[in-house]
Design a protein around this ligand. Sequence first.
Ligand code: HEC
Length: 201
Amino acid sequence: MKASGFLIVAAYLVGGCASETPSKLLDDYEEVDTTTVLDAPSSKPGTFSPEHRDAVLRGEYLVELLGCGSCHTDGALVGAPDMDRALAGSRTGIAFTNPLGEKYPGVIYPANITPDNKTGIGEWTDSRIANAIRAGIGRHGSRRLASMPWQGYARISDDDVAAIVGYLRSIDAVEHDVPDEVEPGERATHPFVYFGVYRSK
Ligand code: HEC
């Protein structure tokens, strides 16, 4: 084939509110080389029974393997994960409509999935968390956008999803709000990335 396909991951800066200029919004981030490894926080095995501990360790392994932190950790989408707030949500969003075709695309922000009651999933039941992971069922009972790649997780076994839930419950709760979803046509006040596929004409 003549034209070569490639994937563009672009970090867009959007005009923010008066107090936060776009360049300031990125003050929290630094450029790192692409070999940076995204670690999940370590669990606290001592607080669990042996069987539970094994499941939690397996959950930790799966969360690392499935790359949950590459979206759910602040800064990870732009290459500089803030590991002090691992899995506590991202203030860099993911555009779900094309920013090259419309001025204000829709943007969604990966949620805080630490056990914080207020800003995380502390009050969610196990099955609600499992449904978010495997079926993309969101806060209001409807199926969520594929920005959270639940289709890829749909076949995770019951044991494995229980291990993931056990691990997410074992990590420290971090209070950290992420911005609300931005509807297409609304102006986002926080930066976002866009995953698009392009081909030279
Ligand atoms: C490509 C980015 C991406 C990856 C990778 C990802 N997620 Fe998500 N996740 C999201 C986004 C975006 C949302 C927000 C969806 C929404 O607000 O409805 C979300 C929502 C969730 C929710 C619901 C929480 C809430 O408050 O709405 C859970 C639970 C969750 N993810 C767990 C996981 C786990 C566990 C993994 C790894 C197995 C994972 N996610 C991997 C992007 C991602």
